[in-house]
Design a protein around this ligand. Sequence first.
Ligand code: UDP
Ligand code: MG
Length: 314
Amino acid sequence: MRISIVIPAFNEEENLPEVCARIKEHLGGRYERELIFVDDGSSDGTERVLRDMRTQDPEVHYLLLARNFGHQSALRAGLDYATGDCVISLDADLQHPPRLIPELLGHWLSGYDIVYTQRRDDEKLPWLKRKTSAAFYGLMNKLSSVSFEPGTADYRLLDRRVVDVIRASPDVELFLRGFVHWVGFRQKRVEYTPEPRFRGTTKYTVRKMVKLALSGITSFSVRPLHFATLAGVCVSAVAFAYAFYAIYVLLFTNRAVSGWASVLVSVLFIGGIQLLVLGIMGEYLGRLFVQSKQRPPYLIRETDDGLTTPRKGH
Ligand code: UDP
Ligand code: MG
């Protein structure tokens, strides 16, 4: 039985040796194992630390991406190169506690294909993170046809079969959290209390979070487009009603047509709705554009000598 662990890392030099040690401690010596660290274009000493770790430990592997492609793409790179019968992915900052690994493996051995973790939010997590995360999942569930459970991040175990499905999927921008739900198979949830970040600061800037949220919403649902249609219908209905009213005033009363304010408000309102709808359509169109170019989700600058080019998925 071979177990792969995939750890995306973006400027995590201070965390990596500790993460590695903790994972190995909890994995135990029963399985054949590999730890694949994906350096997502770090600008600190992550690369040097990984090279050092590799020379000391043949179970450690690294992939260096050509630039910062983002967490989801880094994860995908790791999944492409992993050779295990199952793959566990977790963050490089110890917020995903490695002590859960035996439990994840236990569920896998008893027949589950996907063992995902759910964070029990507590006071330790920054207030803003809790709120944005809750709002995100609330919105996702409203907008999407797939259900998303709050607090499920990218700490999970995937059976080889599921990994192969992910690898074969042609999406350039794959939103793994949604995709893993969507594939089905036998899934098991494990709850945990998150740990504080070991060292360093969060690598998820607000910009990256917004990008992730947009990718999540648009890749799993066309409901925002329905919303656009609905808004259009509502606004037109109001406009029609108002037009009839104006005609009525003109023909049957002698009141002067009053007020520029109402004109201004309605023009601004309709203009706003139009821009919003255009924006929504633009989001989808942009994604189509990106997908149609078929650029790879990530580029590898270098791998260590122990990794081979990935087998093609099916
Ligand atoms: N990460 C990455 N590329 C990025 C941003 C983050 O590979 O562009 C990695 C990061 O090193 C960490 C994981 O993704 O292992 C989660 O990031 P972080 O802990 O900063 O996010 P948070 O826990 O604050 O949401
Ligand atoms: Mg973190």
